[in-house]
Design a protein. Structure first.
Length: 291
């Protein structure tokens, strides 16, 4: 996490200066370029290097911009808004961005809640709470975190300024320097504290069917229990049917379970016996021919 001796805007200023360097730079060179106290400038490069924007120079305590860092410098040269968008793109895959994104998956969170989440992810003790505050301020300054009207903070999911160049302009960056997704920039280093694996249970995940083969939310409402058909006067079957009709016309109309209430127990057993016999004979007739 960044040092608490600098404010977020100072960290951002030194970061841009380090990424814009042509030759290896140290604390003195960064102080000359930014006006920030040299001793404090020396606290910035380690954190920036761990995010993939700087590499070590050939001299002690000196640094050079990486490919990502030079990409950031070119974006800031075109404008501050475009530079901040490029920086958001490169930092979305870092552990601190993933932490805030996961913590805010259900909506805005208080500042204290995000600071606590960052400290847990970094496995930091209470003595490092100021560093977590500076890191959160830096994410707000870059635009990875937005401040809501309620005062709570939320992860910024919008597209960066470099994702879609304006019409008529051509991106001069090489293909391998184009804005990358969060997964492509996910490069944990030795000084980072990677997040533990968490099961993502979000709207995009596939729901597995339950033990009855019905997915959640797909259960059909139970139908109202049908009432038995009214028996015709004289004991005749309803619907104009009679025993002289052929078997197919008698079986096609559905027989409701509620209709069985009109049968005696002996008639129910007799019906079951007949149906079992019909099923067995039909299965035999529909089976393979015996040769």
């Amino acid at each position: 996490m960044p040092s608490p001796k600098l404010r977020a805007e100072q960290y951002l200023l030194v970061t841009v200066a380090a990424c814009s360097a042509v030759n290896p730079v140290g604390a003195e060179e960064l102080a000359a370029a930014t006006g920030v106290y040299a001793k404090n400038c020396g606290l910035v490069p380690v954190f920036i290097m761990n995010t993939g924007l700087l590499t070590k120079g050939h001299r002690r305590a000196t640094y050079l911009p990486s490919e990502k860092g030079r990409y950031i410098a070119r974006a800031f040269a075109r404008g501050e808004a475009e530079g901040l968008g490029a920086l958001r793109t490169k930092w979305r895959g870092q552990w601190f961005a993933r932490t805030v994104r996961d913590r805010c998956r259900h909506g805005p969170v208080s500042r204290e809640g995000l600071v606590a989440a960052l400290m847990v992810a970094a496995k930091a003790g209470p003595e490092r709470i100021k560093q977590a505050h500076v890191l959160l301020d830096l994410m707000v300054a870059v635009g990875l975190v937005a401040v809501e009207k309620s005062g709570e903070l939320n992860y910024f999911e919008g597209a960066s300024h470099t994702d879609a160049p304006p019409t008529g302009t051509q991106n001069t960056d090489t293909p391998h320097e184009a804005p990358q997704t969060a997964n492509e920039d996910d490069e944990p280093s030795a000084a980072e504290e990677p997040l533990p694996h968490q099961d993502e249970c979000q709207s995009g995940s596939t729901r597995q069917p339950d033990s009855e083969g019905v997915q959640d939310g797909d259960e059909q409402p139970q139908a109202e229990v049908p009432r038995p058909r009214t028996e015709a006067p004289g004991g005749q079957p309803p619907g104009g049917t009679n025993p002289d009709q052929d078997l197919l016309s008698l079986l096609l109309p559905p027989v409701l379970l509620a209709d069985l209430t009109r049968l005696t127990s002996a008639e129910v057993l007799e019906l079951h016996s007949h149906l079992a016999a019909v099923t067995a004979l039909t299965a035999k007739l529909r089976g393979h021919r015996v040769t």
